[in-house]
Design a protein around this ligand. Structure first.
Ligand SMILES: C[S@@+](CC[C@H](N)C(=O)[O-])C[C@H]1O[C@@H](n2cnc3c(N)ncnc32)[C@H](O)[C@@H]1O
Length: 258
């Protein structure tokens, strides 16, 4: 029976993501070996879009995920990926190949849901951005990821780059896209990685509480079913290291706490 998978004899590498296995051909094209329940890519992905250099592949495993794989994976969690306040962490985010389409989905949801209410669209779009997190080892990727998400945000909302919401988005990205090591859970400067939990409290005001990443990871183990600590309430295990008074968009954009 033809299961829709076609072997290619000239492959020089494999892009393995669940069902969406693909092969890198000698001519520099990445093709997809697809199964019947997944969409075919509209056009082949070029290898140059997926790697920056052989050294970086060897040293850091830097092979970016093609758009079509990302879209298929996000469609597996479609409702969550479109929910404005669902939180996503891409732990080795590279240039944000997952975060950018996640942000795009959240922005589209905010625009659709608050159609004709510009202020609400800006606030809820900013909340969507606040729910996107990344960790990346290489500084140039960190800069590229932040800048890519910022460009997407301002262009989608039609903002001037020096508008209060654009400045707040910049501060949020500087906070949420972290230059560090997802395995040691430390920043490039050796300090523990911290993440800000943002929330919208209405009338253009946002709250923020900071948590240590290693504590969050441990806490999720503690609250796993059957663990000794499963009976503890969330307030016992998720203890912030810092809390801030509610902030306006202008205050977020100009604050030095980010
Ligand atoms: C395979 S690429 C994937 C990038 C992106 N997630 C994607 O799907 O396109 C892996 C990325 O992880 C980064 N990386 C490798 N080890 C890491 C670590 N311990 N912590 C954070 N980032 C890491 C690399 O610098 C590279 O940008």
């Amino acid at each position: 029976m033809d299961d829709g998978v076609h072997e290619e004899p000239y492959n020089v590498g494999t892009l393995g993501i669940g069902d969406g296995i693909g092969r890198v051909l000698r001519n520099g094209t990445a093709i997809r070996l697809y199964s019947k329940n997944m969409n075919q890519p509209e056009k082949p992905t070029m290898v140059n879009d997926l790697i920056k250099s052989r050294d970086r592949v060897a040293d850091h495993g830097e092979v970016f995920t093609p758009d079509w794989v990302v879209e298929d994976m996000l469609n597996l969690v479609k409702d969550e990926s479109e929910r404005i306040d669902s939180r996503f962490l891409e732990p080795a985010c590279g240039a944000g190949n997952f975060l950018a389409p996640i942000l795009q989905r959240k922005l589209s949801s905010a625009t659709r849901k608050y159609q004709g209410r510009e202020f609400d669209i800006e606030c809820y779009s900013l909340l969507g951005l606040m729910c996107c997190y990344g960790i990346e080892l290489l500084e140039d990727n960190v800069i590229e990821c932040r800048s890519r998400l910022h460009s997407l945000f301002v262009s989608q909302l039609g903002l001037d780059s020096d508008s209060p919401t654009a400045l707040a988005a910049r501060a949020v990205l500087d906070t949420n896209i972290v230059h560090g090591d997802a395995l040691s859970m430390k920043l490039a400067n050796g300090q523990p990685i911290e993440f800000a939990e943002w929330g919208y409290v209405g009338k253009g005001r946002f709250q923020r509480r900071d948590f240590r990443f290693d504590v969050l990871v441990q806490a999720s183990d503690f609250s796993a079913e059957g663990s000794l600590f499963a009976e503890l309430g969330k307030q016992d295990v998720f203890v912030p290291i810092r809390s801030y008074p509610a902030m306006t968009i202008v205050e977020i954009g100009t604050s030095s706490v980010c």
